[in-house]
Ligand binder design. Structure first.
Ligand code: VIB
Length: 223
C-alpha cells in the first residue's frame, strides 16, 4: 500500500473533523462572520511567512535538480500567488501591508510553525514532506468540497474557494503526495510510524488553526 493511502486511512477521523469544523462549514454556507475571516487572514499571513521556509528546506534537502526546482516553484507560488490573495483581502479590509507582516502570531500559529520548522530542520526530505503536506492536502480537499457551495459564490469568500480548488494547486499537491510515496517506498515500519506521527500532529494543528480563528484565541491580555 502507498504510504499516502495509509495516512488517509489512519487519520480519517481527524480529516473529517477538520472538514466539519464550524469555520469551514460556515465558509461553505457563506455565513461566516467577517471578523472571524479577518482574524484568520492576518494569522494565516504570518503563518505563511514561516511555512514558505519549509519549501526552502525541501530545496536544501532535495537530492535531484527536478525536485529542487519544484520546491523553488512552490516557494514562489506561496509568496506570490497565495500570499497575494491575503494582501488583496487585507487591502479590501483596510489593513496595511506592514500591519499584516508585523502581526503578532497567536500561540497556535507560533506553535504550529515552530513545530514544522523544527521537524523539517531535524531530518531529511521525508520529514519535511510529512510536516508540510497536511497543510497543502487538506486545503486542496476543502477547496474541492466548497467548490459547489454558496461560499463559492459569496462576494468575499469566492476568491478563497477558487484559489484552493484551482487545478494548478491540485497538481502541486498531487506532485507532493507522489514524492512522499516515492521516497517512503521500502522504509521500515518504525520509520513509517515516526513519519505518521508527524503527519498526524500537523493534521491536528490544522484543526487547532481553524479553532483559533473561529474563537479569536490569542495571548492573555495582561498589562
Ligand atoms: C493554516 C494553513 N494551512 C494550510 C494552508 C494552505 N497552504 C499553505 S502553503 C500552500 C501551498 C501553496 O502555496 C497551501 C495550499 C494555509 N494557507 N494555512
Amino acid at each position: 500500500m502507498k504510504f499516502s493511502q495509509r495516512l488517509v486511512t489512519e487519520l480519517k477521523p481527524i480529516w473529517e473533523a477538520n472538514h466539519h469544523h464550524p469555520f469551514v462549514q460556515e465558509l461553505a454556507d457563506g455565513t461566516l462572520d467577517i471578523e472571524k475571516f479577518k482574524f484568520y487572514m492576518v494569522q494565516d499571513y504570518v503563518y505563511l511567512i514561516d511555512y514558505a521556509k519549509l519549501f526552502a528546506l525541501g530545496a536544501i534537502k532535495a537530492t535531484d535538480l527536478a525536485v529542487e526546482g519544484k520546491f523553488a516553484e512552490l516557494l514562489s507560488e506561496t509568496l506570490n500567488t497565495e500570499m497575494g490573495l491575503h494582501r488583496a483581502y487585507a487591502k479590501e479590509f483596510g489593513i496595511e501591508e506592514a500591519e499584516l507582516e508585523n502581526a503578532n502570531p497567536t500561540p497556535v500559529t507560533l506553535s504550529y510553525t515552530n513545530y514544522m520548522l523544527s521537524v523539517g530542520q531535524s531530518g531529511g526530505l521525508d520529514k519535511v514532506l510529512v510536516a508540510l503536506l497536511p497543510c497543502m492536502w487538506s486545503y486542496n480537499q476543502i477547496g474541492h468540497l466548497l467548490k459547489d457551495t454558496p461560499g463559492a459564490k459569496h462576494p468575499l469568500y469566492s476568491n478563497w474557494v477558487a484559489m484552493y480548488s484551482d487545478d494548478e494547486y491540485t497538481s502541486l499537491t498531487n506532485w507532493t503526495i507522489d514524492l512522499l510515496d516515492e521516497i517512503t517506498a521500502g522504509k521500515s515500519e518504525a520509520e513509517l510510524k515516526e513519519l505518521t506521527e508527524i503527519f498526524k500532529n500537523t493534521t491536528r494543528y490544522e484543526y487547532l488553526f481553524w479553532d483559533m480563528a473561529y474563537n479569536h484565541q490569542d495571548w492573555p491580555k495582561i498589562k
